[in-house]
Design a protein around this ligand. Structure first.
Ligand code: UTP
Length: 295
């Protein structure tokens, strides 16, 4: 059976989005009409994921509530004659089973993934960061394409990458490719936040991964890095160093990554999703244009 399980870490504190994230998870901030986490789940469902494990933490209950069926709300909408609005809750019924575990201490993304080990067991799995949307309106099938490559090549790791402007490489994990760079390329190593001069490429890690369970073994060996955090990138490097096969897969131009981790990229994502809204997009475009044209 093809890989149908994804781990979605959502336990981070989101300090770069304070005060918006003081008492609500960044993964529940709206982008257009839906919270970030719903965009992520719909994208994964589109790629064939059927079992989804959220790694949550303190203050993240609203994520669990969002994906539950809310019988009271459904009854209320029915009884008040607003049946047409029930369509907005269709995502509650999508073919997906949810599981939750908690990361009890904020020890970094690698540690959050390791918290999933007892539930995932010894099977390959997807990791999708809960604060990043790929493409507009969950239409991307990047995860399905990554799973296909993973299974066809028997790789140990497949990582999604997007091209970023050369002068921004210092913000990201950057690929060092081996051999020709097509849509899929061999990954020699990953360099975390390199300087512009030292960056081996401008291909930045784009929030989606497929792993063999070997990643759990390497995460257990990974020493805490900056800020005492266990970095996922370091564990991937250990897999590659020990002879594991790593592949990179490039996002298509229509599959840009929307990173809801800082206000600059959050604002851009919100504007782009809102402008593409079938009901309000055109009116918003005129409004924004008038604002921009104002002397
Ligand atoms: P970030 O690297 O953006 O970290 O997380 P953060 O802690 O959420 O945010 P800042 O830096 O304080 O603003 C990337 C993804 O990994 C999850 C986050 O919830 C987010 O979806 N994460 C991060 C965890 O689950 N646990 C962690 O310890 C760190």
């Amino acid at each position: 059976m093809s890989i149908d399980i994804a781990v979605v870490p959502v336990a981070g504190l989101g300090t770069r989005l304070l005060p918006a994230t003081k008492s609500q998870p960044k993964e529940m901030l709206p982008v257009g009409r839906k919270p970030v986490a719903q965009h992520v789940v719909e994208e994964l469902a589109h790629s064939g994921i059927r079992r989804l494990l959220f790694v949550t933490g303190k203050g993240k209950h609203s994520i669990e509530n969002h994906f539950d069926t809310d019988g009271d709300l459904i009854t209320y909408l029915r009884e008040s004659g607003r049946e047409q609005e029930l369509g907005e809750l269709a995502f509650e019924r999508q073919d997906m089973e949810y599981f939750y575990t908690r990361q009890r201490r904020q020890l970094g993304l690698g540690h959050a993934v390791l918290c999933a080990a007892p539930l995932v067991g010894r099977q390959p799995f997807v990791v999708a960061l809960g604060d990043s949307i790929i493409g507009l309106n969950a239409e991307s099938d990047i995860v399905a394409r990554m799973i296909e490559q993973f299974e066809a090549t028997k790789a140990d790791v497949v990582v999604a990458f997007e091209e970023v402007p050369r002068d921004e490489v210092f913000r990201y994990g950057i690929a060092e490719p081996r051999g020709p760079i097509g849509d899929v390329f061999e990954l020699a190593s990953l360099v975390e936040k390199p300087s512009v001069d030292e960056a081996p490429s401008n291909l930045a890690v784009a929030a989606r991964y497929v792993f063999s369970p070997a990643i759990f073994d390497k995460l257990r060996e990974t020493k805490p890095g900056k800020g005492g955090e266990i970095q996922l990138t370091d564990a991937i490097q250990l897999v590659l160093n020990s002879g594991g096969m790593g592949l990179g897969m490039r996002l298509r131009p229509d599959e840009r990554r929307f990173d809801i981790g800082n206000f600059g990229s959050y604002f851009r994502a919100f504007v782009e999703f809102a402008l593409s809204d079938p009901h309000y997009g055109d009116g918003l475009k005129e409004y924004v244009q008038a604002l921009l044209d104002r002397p």
